[in-house]
Design a protein around this ligand. Sequence first.
Ligand SMILES: [Zn+2]
Length: 503
Amino acid sequence: MKILSKENSKQFFSFLAVLILGALFSVDYLAAADKEEAVWKKSIQLVLDKTKPLKYDRGARLPLYLWPAMNPGKLTDSSAENLVSLLNDRGIGLVCSWNYENMQESLTECLPIARAQKKLGLRVNINATSLMNSFCDGSEETAHIDSAGNPFFDDAFGKKKMGCPFRLEHRIAPIRGRFDRFTEEYLKENLSVDFVFTDWEIDGPLEWNRAYDSAKRCRICQEHLPQFDDFLAYQHELRRIRSRLQRQAYAAPILERFPGALVGNYAVYPHNGWRYWYDYFERFVEGQPSLVDQNAHYRHWSNDFEGTGFTFAMPVVYPWSWTWNWYDFEPGDYRWFYNGLLVAGNAGFSTPRDVPIIAFVHWHTVDVGLQVDERPTSKNAEKPQQMSEWAYQELLWHMLLRGTDAFFLWCTEKEQSKEVELLHPVWAAAQEYGEFLESGIPVTFDVPKNVGAVVSGLRLGNQVLVRRTDFTQNQSPLTLTVSGKMIKIPASGGRCMVLPLSK
Ligand SMILES: [Zn+2]
């Protein structure tokens, strides 16, 4: 064979590239010409393109929720049915958002989807975030009041004019009214509302950052908080109010009309009294009660789930960039994995079995800086390495084997493609173990403090569905005690195993 000169080879490869591109385009073109279906909104089309119909039946279990599989625009009843069905084949639930500022327009988009979901026997899924915003509306009636009688706002959370926790009562009725109006429209059409979530974050009473300092300057806060030097008492009171606002304005109007609905909010879930992560708007403040683990300060969290009346739990398992510098584990993948498993396991362990856990997940490092505290960034703070795809997919498996029922992917537009590509195959493959996912009981919540093997499992009768993930080369078998019986767990190279529980 003639050896190509450097220049010739360049031309040859350019020619080859043109041929390949040409072939791809013509295939695409033919496929498009064959299609009679509507062309969906970009993010919806991406989801359809990046996922395949499920091989294993999902049964009655919850669907997978994806940020890009939301709000497909105005559809006719038949195209809504087509889309809901295409997504359901892939195990994905289509979500539609309520917007109270333009209720009619919002209903024009949401009702055809709800009708399709009802017709196909599927859950009607709603994003009701806009209805919650905002309790702290910036009006003087919501402000803190200083000793001279002047109103002021707390700026501890950025631009948001955070008000006085004890002056938000009058905001419940108008916000509840929005939920009343939307749910009435569904009742009128004989439709149900089955899954409602909100991403309600920087609003209402929040005790973190320097909010405590503002409260100490406020006459109204001081009147309501007799034990003012006790941060935990302050936290307890604020969370009690925050939960009540969520219950009275949001959960109650939905559950009164649709008692079986799943209702929840981002980051609200049962837990063991500690929170192992910080949201992007939260900072560690020296002196606040915390549990130290290497460089991490886990915060004390009050029992805020019960007071909300929520019917599902919504933990948040993200690789926040500052987490990287909390731990010294090598390989670094284990830093993300360790923290993710602490967060997910906390919800799995603490949530009653009849309350589903739908966890927010995300793969790309969420850039929130290198340090979670208020000091200038230390010279020793390392730039984080992106979690490997392998570690993320293993983490998803372990979450499922520690009580997570379903995932809700959050991501930005440019992350959509990769995020869906990583999450969906795990979700789809897990359906093979549907009976375990549905009725199995987690057998361990242990999160090893040394890098090595991690085991999770679900017990169903006398069988245990087990997954073992190794972060080192050591492949020797492990033993795990399940209901007083020892089982041996061999290294399994990234597969689940169903092991008998006998003798
Ligand atoms: Zn106040």
